[in-house]
Each structure stands twice: as structure tokens, then as C-alpha cells.
Design a protein around this ligand. Structure first.
Ligand code: ATP
Length: 255
């Protein structure tokens, strides 16, 4: 995998067209289309079972769709997966660090997967750890870090190859409210420094209020793809939570 992907000039970081994924009779994604523009923070808001994880599995190349298309920076995920994957960074819902290894060793391993020369990797690791306030933990074992700091290491790992698109799959699950707020705030300040698109999946309405766009996903369908204010206007509600409730009929595990 190269450290920079080919990027046809007018291609958005992410383009999805008519994506379908079924599990037997279950249509987990039933023909969804969306796009993320450079620099946008797009929140994918959906209750349990909406299809968020299925979408992220397809986006990260773990599974292939039944039909439809995913392009990352103009690179088709099915037919041109290497440059597509090289253009994205992912923080998965489940923790994926090796807790026995140091922060630096975890990041070095990832750099190796991206074919990054060691000297560049060291530079990038320092850059990301500085930016994320983890410089003094570079040699700590990941197992010694708090849940919030482990997530920051995963974020550093997702960013060190300078992706055009950052995928955050319910990344605040398991974090206490303070760590959750810190991670959100880090993400929003990071966007001022880099031209990166973020797709943030969550079932928590409080996490989407500052998004550029909110995509409401329910039972494999996109119910809305709009701005937070337009979501309120179009549903006649005064809070995102009420708007979400009025569209989906329920909010599961939203506390
Ligand atoms: P959660 O927030 O609970 O993780 P989600 O929005 O990520 O939910 P998915 O996990 O993508 O939703 O599930 C979408 C639908 O597909 C659900 O009906 C789910 O039961 C079903 N599903 C997901 N994975 C499988 C699988 N491996 N086999 C069968 N059905 C599945």
C-alpha cells in the first residue's frame, strides 16, 4: 500500500451509489447513496440495527456489497481497493490496539502496513502524538493508558498516513462523558488544521449537533441527508433528539 493514493481531481473523498448489502432475507443496506466532500464532518445517525456497522464494513473493504458502488477519492473499493484503502483512516468501534506493545510500536506496525519508510513513520508518529496531546506517552504500553487515550492512539494511527477520509465507527462507545466530549472536541479542532472529510457514525444525538451534515439511517434506508438546522426545520422539532425520534419512531440506547 502506498502512502498517498491517486486522486482524480474532482473526485470527492467518498461517493456511495445505490449500495445494497443483504444477510439472507435482511436488507441491512437497501440502496443507499451519499457523498462526503473535502473538509466536511458528516454524521451518520442511526439507531441499533440501522446498518451503520454494515456500511463501515463495506467502506473498510472487509465485505463486498451485493450491488452498488463505493469510491474513495475516485478509486472504486471493489475493483481498485489498494488506493481506495490508502486514502482512508479508520477508527473501529471495537478497540484494536495491541495492549502489550507501546504506543510507538503500535503506530510503527501500522506505518509498515502502509509501506511507510521508517524515517517518515517516526516523523508522522511524533506529529500525531504532539497534535493529540500524547507526546509524553509515546513509550507507554497501550495497556497502561486510559480508554480515552487509547482512542487517541487509534485516532493518531488512523491519521498518520494523511488520509482524505476519516471513518469513525461509534468511536465513543465505552468512553465516559468527559473522554467522549474531549474526543469530539479534538476531532472538530483537527478539521481546522487539515483538509479531511470525516464520516462519524453514532446513535447519540448530542454527537451530531456540530456536524456539517446529518445523515439519518434507519433500517437500511437514508431518511434524511441534510444540515442540523434543516433537520429541525423539516421535522418541525426543536432538538435533534426529537427530530430523530419523529423520523425513526424510537431512540434505542440513546442514554
Ligand atoms: P448497532 O448500532 O447495533 O451496531 P448498526 O446500525 O451498526 O447497529 P448493523 O449491525 O449494520 O446495524 O445491522 C443492520 C442489520 O443487519 C440488522 O438487522 C442486523 O441484525 C443485521 N445483521 C448485521 N450483521 C449481520 C450478520 N452477520 N448476519 C445476519 N444479520 C446481520
Amino acid at each position: 500500500m502506498s502512502t498517498s493514493a491517486s486522486s482524480p481531481s474532482k473526485s470527492p473523498p467518498l461517493l456511495i451509489e445505490n449500495l445494497v448489502k443483504t444477510y439472507g432475507p435482511i436488507r441491512a443496506l437497501d440502496g443507499i447513496s451519499l457523498r462526503c466532500e473535502q473538509g466536511q464532518f458528516v454524521a451518520l445517525l442511526g439507531p441499533n440495527g440501522a446498518g451503520k456497522s454494515t456500511l463501515f464494513q463495506l467502506l473498510s473493504g472487509l465485505f463486498t456489497p451485493d450491488s452498488g458502488r463505493i469510491e474513495v477519492m475516485g478509486n472504486d473499493m471493489t475493483h481498485n481497493a489498494v488506493p481506495a484503502l490508502a486514502s482512508l483512516g479508520i477508527v473501529f468501534q471495537q478497540p484494536t490496539l495491541d495492549l502489550e506493545l507501546s504506543v510507538t510500536a503500535n503506530l510503527m506496525f501500522h506505518a509498515g502496513l502502509h509501506g511507510m519508510p521508517r524515517s517518515l513513520a517516526k516523523e508522522r508518529i511524533k506529529r500525531e502524538l504532539d497534535r493529540l496531546g500524547l507526546a509524553d506517552r509515546a513509550n507507554s504500553k497501550c495497556g497502561q493508558l486510559s480508554g480515552g487515550n487509547r482512542r487517541r492512539v487509534e485516532l493518531a494511527r488512523a491519521l498518520m498516513h494523511d488520509p482524505a477520509l476519516l471513518l469513525m465507527d461509534e468511536a465513543t462507545v465505552g468512553l465516559d462523558p468527559g473522554s467522549r466530549a474531549e474526543l469530539m472536541s479534538l476531532l472538530h479542532s483537527m478539521r481546522k488544521e487539515r483538509p479531511i472529510a470525516v464520516l462519524w457514525s453514532t446513535h447519540l444525538c448530542e454527537e451530531v449537533e456540530n456536524a456539517d451534515r446529518i445523515i439519518v439511517l434507519h433500517k437500511g434506508h437514508i431518511l434524511r441527508d441534510t444540515t442540523p438546522s434543516e433537520l429541525l426545520n423539516s421535522t418541525g422539532q426543536t432538538t435533534i433528539e426529537d427530530a430523530f425520534l419523529s423520523l425513526t419512531g424510537k431512540i434505542e440506547d440513546a442514554a
